[in-house]
Write a protein that binds this ligand. Structure first.
Ligand code: URA
Length: 298
């Protein structure tokens, strides 16, 4: 016999499985058992053309009857279709991503420290990613460092731990840093989006837009001299380029903060390098360029 605690644990595991697989939205009030539906006979096709003599004698395929529907008693109005609940954007009072982004910008402007910004983001409810993520993944490393790495979005390990670049990509990033004499005491690390997108999908344009004011404020408060954009979404968000990452990488771009403009270097994402190890030679070039810049020689 299962206890209600077991049942609750199973239910949570079942929901977790769906979120892990990228299912973050209920489309209907009640679930549909599509496997069972597959066993239900398809409705009979009606012939519109008259049946010709020759066909009458031909062996007929059994046509299963369509399932009967209960008809309402005569005179009763047909039941109104069930109305789906209106979709809200997260739980915030502001219904649209544009409003959420405006709200985020107004609130981010008011915070004066990175700790306040993290506390603000932890209570910000207008990004739907927050509701499928386990944790806010704000930052790791040294906020006083001259160098800031910006990735895309947390994965499963980061979501569980609450810090960026903790999984295999993070281990590779650490090795790449070590190759030019850096570690996380000498760099600050964050992401374009601080909540894990379900199923590790890319963040949507709306999610990027809602989180952008927080990222801008985070950069401004950390005030690095050099930003390293890891991969395409970070490069596009920081530099504004439309070029693909293989074209955009290996170059410095200006990044304007309200009080000063600094340099942003685009390079390949460690997750990409794990899939395409041959491309590490390009990342190595970029990291050597970064070392030269940190030494004030580029
Ligand atoms: N990939 C990212 O872009 N960021 C992380 O924090 C982890 C993996």
């Amino acid at each position: 016999m299962t206890s209600s605690a077991d049942a609750q644990r199973d239910l949570i595991a079942y929901l977790d499985f769906h979120v892990e697989s990228g299912v973050d939205l209920a489309l209907d009030e009640a679930p549909h058992d599509r496997f069972r539906e597959a066993d239900t006979p398809a409705p009979t096709l009606r012939r519109s053309a008259p049946v010709r003599e020759a066909q009458v004698d031909a062996p007929r395929l059994e046509q299963p009857e369509a399932p009967r529907r209960e008809l309402p008693p005569r005179g009763d109005p047909p039941p109104a279709p069930e109305k789906a609940p209106a979709r809200t954007y997260g739980q915030s009072a502001s219904a649209k991503p544009e409003d959420a982004a405006i709200d985020a910008r107004a609130r981010a402007k008011d915070v004066g420290t990175l700790e306040e910004l993290e506390a603000l983001m932890a209570t910000f409810d207008a990004c739907p990613l927050k509701f499928t993520a386990k944790n806010l993944v704000f930052a790791d490393g040294n906020p006083a460092a001259k160098l800031m790495f910006i990735g895309e979005a947390p994965g499963a390990d980061e979501d569980r731990i609450g810090k960026p670049f903790m999984g295999r990509s993070g281990q590779l990033l650490d090795r790449m840093m070590a190759a030019i004499g850096l570690d996380r005491t000498k760099a600050y690390v964050a992401n374009v989006v601080p909540w894990r997108p379900p199923g590790n999908r890319e963040p949507t344009i709306q999610e990027l837009a809602v989180c952008r004011p927080f990222l801008e404020r985070q950069i401004e408060l950390a005030d690095p001299d050099i930003i390293v954009c890891l991969g395409s979404p970070a490069t596009k968000a920081i530099t504004g380029t439309k070029d693909g990452i293989l074209k955009a990488r290996g170059r410095f771009y200006p990044y304007a903060m309200p009080h000063r403009t600094v340099r942003a270097l685009a390079t390949l994402h460690p997750a990409y390098l794990l899939r395409q190890p041959m491309q590490k030679r390009l990342a190595w070039r970029d990291f050597r360029l970064l070392r030269t810049a940190l030494d004030g020689k580029a």
